[in-house]
Unconditional design. Structure first.
Length: 83
């Protein structure tokens, strides 16, 4: 018995962009000694907090969409109706 083909869902672009920008900021700070000051530490921390919030927000939206799509595929009444 063949399983039905699932539609391939791409990764959310904002999450990929946020991870890429966070990596670039971290590498820039690591490679430029002038950016290793206390003031830049706070800026770096705030930037990563914002990136984390964006990534988690889009991840939650992505998971909820997956859940809703799965629920739409279930028969009305669920599996309990067959008993």
């Amino acid at each position: 018995m063949a399983s039905p083909q699932r539609e391939r869902i791409p990764l959310p672009l904002p999450v990929l962009a946020a991870v890429g920008v966070a990596a670039a900021v971290s590498l820039t700070r690591a490679l430029v000694p002038a950016l290793r000051t206390e003031q830049w530490d706070w800026i770096h921390l705030a930037f990563h907090a914002i990136v984390l919030v964006v990534a988690v927000t889009y991840f939650v939206k992505f998971v909820r969409k997956q859940r809703d799509d799965y629920r739409l595929q279930l028969p009305v009444g669920g599996a309990c109706e067959a008993q």
